[in-house]
Design a protein around this ligand. Sequence first.
Ligand code: AHM
Ligand code: MG
Length: 329
Amino acid sequence: MAIRKGVTNLSRFLLEEQRNFPEATGDFTLILEQIAFAAKIISREVNKAGIVNILGKADSSNIHGEQQQKLDVFANEKMIQALDHTGKICAMASEEVDDIINIPSKYPKGKYLVVFDPLDGSSNIDVNISIGTIFGIYKRVSSEGDGCRQDFMQPGRNLVAAGYVIYGSSTMFVYTTGRGVNGFTLDPSVGEFLLSHENMTTPEFGSIYSINEANYHKWDERIRNYVDHLKNIKERQYTSRYIGSLVADFHRNLLKGGVFLYPGDSKNPRGKLRLLYEASPLAFIVEQAGGLAVDGDNNILDIIPENLHQKTPLIIGSKFEVELFKKYW
Ligand code: AHM
Ligand code: MG
């Protein structure tokens, strides 16, 4: 495919993709464009966080009992506002909201569901470290009208699209509809996401492992053995990189190759990350890029959620390192 860097904005790319599918209605394109719109607003706010009084904690707590950051609340609102009126969605679910988010009665309902973590890694906001938004899109299972909780109990394998936005040294929008992964970088001077990373693939193996090693003594012996093994592989010198901001850790490893782990441990047996908002969308992306994601026993994409905020261990990255993990499990 010809390199279209610099001249292809996200809207044009989506339109060209849509033309490859004569049966496409454009519903999907609209949803993705609206998510990108929310991302631009969030990006603007994240970038000026240091100069306006938006840093710091909000007064509310979320369902997980964590104190929400003001920007968490802001990002959550922007995602909902960007999507609720489109007529293409029947319900949403957010990491920051207890129950499913219904579409206001004044708007028509569509066949899609959107799940999102509006601002992941938000404890890093105050120290100027990259954070991100993660999203996934499913088709409803219920027939019509408002979506219901049962609609969301679908495995990641059913995702029709997934993506993330990283608010880093630049802001990037990366997504897949199951036909490869493409990345767009925000040009703030024109306010457009421009195609910068066409057909992204992850290396078959890498030299990075990412895990919160302070939890070493809380890990299962199998995790300890695996990480110890990586340190001692003769053919390759691994390096440890851990930001503690999932999107940033994932994005780096996607480009460079390697493995990210947030396993269960004696304190948090199911780890810390959420299946619906974090693990499944990133697993869908990594598989599209040639990588793999497991919880230890299962491929992440095969896990059927039993509740909206279910946690899962996550081992995700290049095929070699994840397959090696499976041998240790
Ligand atoms: P959040 O969704 O509440 O922001 O938390 C998730 C974050 C991830 O971005 C990151 O991978 C993980 O928490 C880091 O956890 P830890 O500090 O335990 O290593
Ligand atoms: Mg999160």
